[in-house]
Ligand binder design. Structure first.
Ligand code: CTP
Ligand code: CA
Length: 224
């Protein structure tokens, strides 16, 4: 590689990042989606690359340019993202799940455009696979960094996710009310088993650099 194999805090480390929303079809013209811009995940991919990593970025539908030197795989649905992550898994040392994956999808997408008839319409939804939980349960297992987007009880919910998914680290951010999603600024509470660090409000690009530095520090304790 042009970048020396061991240059930078993540030199030679194979990093896979998920980013953006997923989009779940209701019918040929309609989807269930969310407000994720993908900007945090793209900034993490760029920062990991700058730290010397070999980066694969698995991106839901977003309007963002691919960071220089990063391999990008575009996906649409949670099922597509799940497949792409599993196929990258054998060559992943460090996994960062920054995507806002849909938790539910229509149980059966209609092949035909739904017509408006009744006054109300109920959609049957089913759970999507939890990509991060599955990666973390996989053996051998990459170093796993998750996100927790919360409107309430930020730290308690993030600690619970760190434990439930057996993650190495989690980055918690408040969302809603002009925070986090659809914003260019953010703030993160980064947690791991024995510690925590607050990354105060900054641009997503600056936060991504700080988060990657912190992740690299923890990663190198396990893989010197
Ligand atoms: N995640 C994932 N696959 C899913 C859902 C979530 O990989 N199907 C990942 C996200 O990328 C994030 C972490 O899991 O890194 C937590 O996502 P979040 O939505 O905050 O939590 P959930 O576990 O989905 O729980 P809930 O939405 O109920 O809070
Ligand atoms: Ca969720």
């Amino acid at each position: 590689a042009a970048l020396g194999k061991h240059k930078g805090p993540l030199g030679g480390v194979r990093v896979t990042v998920t980013a953006g929303p997923t989009r779940e079809p209701i019918d040929p013209v309609r989807v269930i989606a969310n407000r994720s811009s993908g900007r945090m995940g793209f900034a993490i991919a760029a920062a990991a690359r700058a730290a010397g990593a070999r980066v694969t970025l698995i991106a839901g539908p977003v309007a963002l340019a691919t960071p220089r030197g990063v391999t990008r795989v575009d996906v649409e649905t949670a099922a597509d993202m799940h497949r792409a992550v599993l196929s990258a898994l054998p060559s992943t040392d460090l996994f960062v799940a920054a995507a806002a994956v849909a938790d539910y999808r229509p149980a059966a997408a209609s092949a035909h455009k739904l017509k408006k008839t009744a006054d109300t319409l109920a959609l049957a939804l089913e759970r999507t696979p939890d990509i991060l939980a599955e990666v973390s349960a996989h053996r051998p297992r990459p170093f796993c960094v998750g996100f927790a987007a919360e409107t309430d009880d930020l730290l308690a919910n993030a600690r619970a996710k760190l434990a439930a998914k057996r993650l190495d680290m989690i980055a918690a951010n408040r969302v809603g009310d002009g925070l986090g999603i659809e914003q260019s600024d953010n703030a993160l509470e980064v947690l791991w088993d024995e510690g925590a660090r607050s990354l105060p409000r900054a641009s997503k690009e600056d936060l991504a650099r700080e988060l990657v530095a912190l992740v690299a520090e923890r990663y190198r304790l396990i893989h010197p």
